[in-house]
Design a protein around this ligand. Structure first.
Ligand code: 87F
Length: 534
């Protein structure tokens, strides 16, 4: 299989910019001279694009640190993770990326089930009247809801929302199922896709109009049980990020301004990416009795008295794949943590057309090694239409953690060469020791990626003491950590001055001294993180 060159139209950001430029261009009446100039410009661009396309077959044409917003779409396309679909913001998830999702999905699914959560499935379409039952929850999101309005040529009497989240449709059933304290807790999860018609530039995985996720919706008899679960699920999510994706997280509470409107509180995992932007990794929400009152989810307690139930919701999405690409990838392409890599080891035989008998032995050894490494995911690249050099680049682009090279000299010595994707370090290993060495290498790579990302996070957090210091930290691409009184006005000042939003207030609070950063004179109550974010 050959590398697909990048989409002719380029990434979505470029497409949308082009569209916008087009629209404003229409409004301008061009003079002949201008038309001629525009034609020349267009011809030049096409030429440059063609040159770019030739380069793109070979590798990524920009460096990650120089131009992240160009690097990212190139990597995910050239590593065959995504394909741009015909509708803006809706991407095809190709098998190589879907395999990563399946690994994470399987981990989360097992952990949820261990904790007593069951899977179910609720309808995609939600009648408008039901969707609008809890106003506070929908307000603010209205422009993002996509509607189905007709079938064939006939209009529906009532519009149907394509689920952007499933609170309303699930709770409509919950109210029928819950009668007594014996029906509780009710803890359900569903794996599905949701649609949110976002207006910001779509970025594959990180911000798309349709994405895959799981949404957990649970009901308890007491507030304490509900509260406890918001932390337990967040811990499971943190394990997925830290242990599978090798990504350290900032665990904490969203501010009232940034929380889900329907929630009493929202907890989140925030991640800081190498492009100096933070992103919300996932959330758990304590819904209190807000939805229970709106949907009449109530139960008779031990004394036979009617009580409203206590609820939570929580979600984890394919955005996490994009965060992992952004975190670990380098100028050669993806760098995959072994625990999520669809292929752990690729074997590349180094064969020469004038040595058929040696080639045969190399392939035999390659096949034997493949058999021996049966506990891990090994791929033998024995395509004879590609050179070893091409294959090295190909599998580096795909981020395979370890490469095994076997050439005539290795065969003579009964050794092979192992190459780590994360550091590029090579070593020659006796055939008899390959299995042990590979397993150790995979563990080292997983740890090394995590440690590197952890150091990056730690070095990105700057302790600040005033609005001016926050601005300085944000402008230099850092996370500002600051003492805060808890008021929305002081938080809003940061957004006004710097454009940065608050991420969360970390659960592990530093010792607090003094007043709020903004000079309001109030005592500081907690530390909070601010950063530019998605
Ligand atoms: C977009 C359109 C309509 C987010 C929306 O975080 C409604 C919504 O309710 C909406 N975008 N949300 C909040 C979702 C909250 C919550 N739902 C369950 C989660 C986790 C899983």
């Amino acid at each position: 299989m050959k590398f697909k060159s990048i989409n002719k139209e380029g990434d979505l950001v470029t497409q949308m910019n082009a569209k916008r430029n087009n629209q404003s261009n229409k409004k301008i009446k061009m003079t002949d001279k201008k038309v001629q100039k525009a034609k020349e410009e267009k011809a030049k661009n096409v030429e440059e694009k063609n040159i770019d396309d030739t380069k793109s077959i070979l590798g990524i044409t920009v460096k990650k640190d120089d131009d992240f917003s160009e690097w990212y779409p190139q990597v995910i396309q050239k590593a065959e993770m995504i394909e741009y679909g015909p509708v803006s913001g809706c991407m095809v998830v190709r098998p190589y990326a879907y395999a990563i999702w399946e690994t994470v999905q399987s981990f989360l699914d097992k952990e949820f089930k261990k904790s007593g959560v069951q899977n179910a499935y609720f309808p995609l379409l939600i009648p408008e009247s039901l969707f609008k039952k809890e106003q506070e929850h929908v307000e603010g999101f209205t422009p993002e809801v996509a509607w189905v309005t007709e079938h064939g040529d006939t209009k529906f009497e009532e519009r149907l929302a394509i689920r952007p989240t499933s609170e309303t449709i699930m709770y409509d059933s919950y109210k029928k199922w819950i009668r007594s304290y014996r029906d509780l807790p009710l803890r359900l999860n569903q794996w599905c896709s949701v649609v949110r018609w976002e207006f910001k530039h779509p970025v594959p995985f990180l911000r798309t109009r349709e994405f895959l996720w799981q949404e957990g919706h649970t009901v308890f008899a007491t507030e304490e049980e509900a509260k406890k679960e918001t932390f337990e699920i967040l811990d499971i999510y943190a394990r997925a990020y830290e242990e599978l994706y090798a990504i350290p997280v900032m665990k904490g509470r969203k501010s009232d301004t940034e929380k889900f409107a329907g929630a009493v509180y929202s907890n989140s995992l925030e991640i800081f990416m190498p492009n100096s932007k933070a992103i919300q990794g996932c959330t758990t929400h304590l819904l209190g009795q807000n939805f229970a009152k709106a949907f009449d989810i109530s139960f008779l307690d031990h004394e036979g008295k009617k009580q409203y139930a206590w609820q939570n919701s929580w979600g984890f999405t394919t955005r996490s794949i994009g965060i992992m690409v952004a975190m670990h990838g380098d100028d050669k392409g993806l760098v995959l943590p072994p625990r999520v890599a669809p292929i752990h080891v690729v074997i590349v035989p180094i064969v020469f057309s004038n040595k058929p008998s040696v080639n045969e032995k190399i392939l035999e050894l390659a096949n034997n090694i493949k058999k021996e490494l049966k506990t891990i995911k090994v791929h033998l690249d024995d395509r004879d239409e590609y050179s070893p050099g091409f294959k090295f680049n190909y599998w580096e682009m795909k981020g395979v953690p370890v490469r095994i090279e076997i050439g005539p000299k290795d065969l003579e010595k009964n050794h092979v060469v192992l190459v780590r994707r994360d550091t590029g370090i090579k070593e020659s290993v006796p055939v008899a020791e390959i299995a042990i060495r590979v397993i150790k290498l995979l563990a080292d790579i997983q740890d090394n990626l995590y440690d590197k990302a952890k150091k990056f996070l730690e070095s990105s957090i700057e302790k600040t003491d005033s609005l001016a210091e926050i601005k300085k930290a944000i402008d230099s691409g850092k996370i500002a950590m600051v003492n805060w009184c808890g008021s929305a006005e002081c938080e809003a000042k940061v957004k006004e001055e710097t454009g940065a939003k608050s991420l969360n207030t970390p659960f592990k609070q530093q010792e607090l001294k003094g007043n709020c950063f903004c000079g309001c004179g109030r005592k500081a109550e907690k530390t909070i993180y601010f950063a530019r974010s998605y």
